[in-house]
Design a protein around this ligand. Structure first.
Ligand code: PLP
Ligand code: COI
Length: 355
């Protein structure tokens, strides 16, 4: 049945798969809701988006996504509060970053109303899928891909913008051990590191596999010049606490400008925690670990939320982080998730109700 919600066409699924899902045992991003949003770019314009039943998409084998990797994505979450209301966290930031990535990958930018109306309509239709179980949320994955045909190495003339959603639990299981990379690079000056381009992630898989084989979960990327400075991890920005100061590296054209990162910085300042945004050298971190000044390291991102790092490896040595009571990571995670789940005042105006 096709209905209009707001101004969008909604084609409802004939039946729901929701009863097949164990909401008490959710992994990350592996089961999908009943519907998806699709929007096609054809004849030089984005066409009106539609909500349709979740289904495979069909592409010509010559579609440029397959050959030249012209694709980008975003990651956001929808949260349900005690009263059953659904909330997003700073969705316009994801929209702006999507278009920033689109521009860098020569993909046509999407109008804001298509993103916001499409997103909110999809979340209304699949509202029952936003988990109520503690620590869980609906992971929302907007993405764009080049569906236009041709082996010519140039931008496609047709694209798809799609949003799919997955009720999800924690991204990491167990303690997070990271390896500080001294050989491979994730991004370079003038490159696409700041964009959420699919290829940025594909390029990390092999070095990450090598790190996983050594018992680490993620790689901490360092600068591509001399591997001297800490940049970010595969799916999160990095914070380091030396003494009482919380430090994170500056964003650049090599680093993703994380929404969690900037929110954590604002919350930390609000908590009275001394913060610094500056380059962090690997030698400084190793030195601080050796002399006991390195109190905490944690990653911050939509999927990872705030994930404390238990230890890091560098040049064949492992360094353990202390387990602190009342750590910055615990305090900051509580503050940000209390805002996201509508459990606390939102003095920054970050929450966005889906209604
Ligand atoms: N860095 C990378 C490479 C990421 O993929 C992500 C996840 O989106 C982040 C950082 C954190 O960004 P955000 O907090 O906006 O999710
Ligand atoms: C996110 O945190 O939303 C991300 O996009 C990271 C992803 C690679 C899982």
């Amino acid at each position: 049945m096709e209905t209009m919600t707001n101004s969008l066409v909604v084609e409802k699924a004939k039946s729901s798969k929701i009863h097949q899902v164990d909401f008490n045992n959710l992994s990350f991003g592996s089961v999908y809701t009943d519907h998806m949003l699709v929007c096609d770019y054809v004849d030089g314009a984005w066409q009106a988006p539609k909500v349709i039943p979740y289904q495979p998409i069909s592409l010509d084998p010559s579609a440029k996504i397959f050959h030249y990797g012209q694709s980008i994505f975003e990651g956001m979450k929808a949260y349900k509060d005690e009263a059953g209301k659904t909330w997003l966290f700073r969705p316009l930031e994801n929209f702006k970053r999507l278009n920033k990535s689109a521009k860098r990958l020569a993909i046509p930018e999407l109008p804001e109303e298509y993103f916001m109306e499409g997103l909110t309509t999809l979340l209304q239709v699949d509202n029952d899928w936003v988990p109520r179980t503690p620590g869980s949320s609906l992971y929302v994955r907007p993405f764009m891909l080049a569906s236009g045909k041709g082996f010519h190495a140039s931008p496609a003339d047709e694209y798809k913008f799609i949003i799919c959603c997955a009720p999800s639990g924690a991204y990491f299981s167990g303690k997070v051990k990271v390896l500080i990379e001294e050989n491979y690079s994730r991004a370079a000056n003038g490159g696409v590191g700041y964009a959420k381009a699919g290829g940025n992630y594909a390029g990390q898989f092999y070095p990450t596999q090598l790190a996983v084989a050594k018992g680490y979960q993620q790689v901490i990327w360092t600068d591509d010049n001399n591997h001297e400075y800490i940049e970010e991890a595969g799916a999160m920005n990095i914070f380091v606490r030396i003494g009482d100061t919380l430090i994170t590296g500056p964003t650049s054209d090599r680093i993703l400008d994380g929404i969690t990162r900037k929110s954590i910085l604002d919350i930390a300042k609000d908590e009275g925690i001394p913060t610094e945004v500056r380059k962090i050298s690997v030698s400084e971190v190793v030195e601080a670990a050796k002399n006991g000044e390195l109190k905490e390291m944690f990653g911050a991102g939509t999927a990872a939320v705030v994930s404390p790092i238990a230890s890091f490896g560098y040049k064949d040595s492992d360094y353990d982080l202390p387990e602190l009571e009342n750590s910055y990571a615990t305090r900051l995670k509580k503050r940000i998730t209390d805002i996201q789940y509508n459990r606390a005042e939102d003095k920054f105006g970050w929450r966005y109700q889906v209604q």
